[in-house]
Design a protein around this ligand. Structure first.
Ligand SMILES: Cc1ncc(C[n+]2csc(CCOP(=O)(O)OP(=O)(O)O)c2C)c(N)n1
Ligand code: SF4
Ligand SMILES: [Mg+2]
Length: 281
């Protein structure tokens, strides 16, 4: 039986009070609830405070470049479809440097879960604006306030008919663990944008700011209704809905390909290799 202890306990480099701790606990409890042993799970991340999370888990890890977690994860998924995969990184890594990969992955729909720690700043590099920072937000790098309108990742994902789109809050840990479990059980790309206070560099979107706004979706909410989902995903103000906003059963990337299990277990056929090489003569 898999237990929380199997995933280890490590010293972290996060600030006391950071929202990342609750996300780490929610990921661990979701892995245990899914009865996955550490050797069956692969965590893929980019660069940033959020992207350090896999360093604090005893399982398979690939730590890629800033903004490049998703293409690395897609390759890993195709190389070994037996591994259960979670991709995770920050709002800057996923929606800024990795923005085009985010759109491409939604179109491909690989079967993994993407968890974005959305603290609305570049935390690791000391609080510069990210794509989700509010317009007018003052930082040391944007002393006159951010001039761009914020990017709403869940609205874009629903508009593109991503196969599973959710928003969570690190201050609602049981709700968040349940979202991650639902995302892991979903066939296709499950996107979970997690609002996460950065206590050191975001003094606007604080724990109290999120707590007073984040409102779980009602029990009778229908996540298969695309038009309602689009309107709900667009809500960002005094009320911020959290929960599974939208889902569908679109074909996955794997459905489109002739997958024959992990590459490492494929039998090599030297005659076929010779005929391929000859075709280039
Ligand atoms: C291509 C590239 N650009 C910039 C950096 C510097 N950099 C490293 S982490 C980071 C910000 C990370 O922000 P986010 O992804 O939101 O994660 P957080 O630290 O907030 O969890 C930046 C700008 C980099 N490593 N590579
Ligand atoms: S800088 Fe912000 S995101 Fe990074 S560990 Fe500290 S509180 Fe967390
Ligand atoms: Mg961030």
């Amino acid at each position: 039986m898999t237990t929380l202890e199997d995933y280890g306990t490590y010293e972290t480099a996060w600030c006391p009070g950071c929202g990342n701790f609750a996300i780490l606990d929610a990921v661990k409890s979701a892995l245990v609830a899914a009865k996955l042993s550490p050797h069956e799970a692969l965590m893929v991340s980019g660069i940033g405070q959020a992207a350090k999370l896999p360093h604090y888990l005893n399982c398979n890890v690939f730590n890629g470049l800033h903004g490049r977690a998703l293409p690395a994860a897609t390759g890993a998924r195709l190389a070994n479809p037996k591994l259960h995969m979670i991709v995770e990184s920050g709002d800057g890594c996923t929606y800024g440097e990795g923005g085009n990969h985010f759109l491409a992955a939604i179109r491909r729909n690989p079967d993994f879960t993407l968890i974005v720690h959305d603290n609305q700043v570049y935390g690791l590099t000391k609080g510069q604006a990210s794509p989700t920072t509010e317009e007018g937000h003052v930082t040391k790098a944007q002393p006159s306030g951010v001039a761009s309108e914020p990017f709403n990742p869940v609205e874009v994902a629903v508009a593109m008919r991503a196969s599973f789109v959710a928003r969570g809050f690190s201050g609602l840990p049981d709700h968040l663990s349940d979202l991650i479990q639902q995302g892991m059980a979903h066939k296709g790309m499950a996107i979970i944008d997690v609002l996460q206070p950065c206590v050191s560099f975001n003094k606007v979107n604080t724990f109290a700011w999120y707590k007073s706004r984040c409102t779980p979706l009602p029990d009778d909410y229908d996540p298969t209704d695309w038009e309602i989902a689009l309107r709900t995903a667009a809500q960002w103000g005094e009320t911020i809905p959290v929960g599974v906003l939208y889902k569908n059963d679109r074909r996955t990337l794997e459905d489109h390909l002739d997958m024959k299990g992990p590459l490492a277990l494929h039998k090599s056929d030297s005659a076929e290799l010779v005929s391929i090489l000859k075709s280039y003569e």
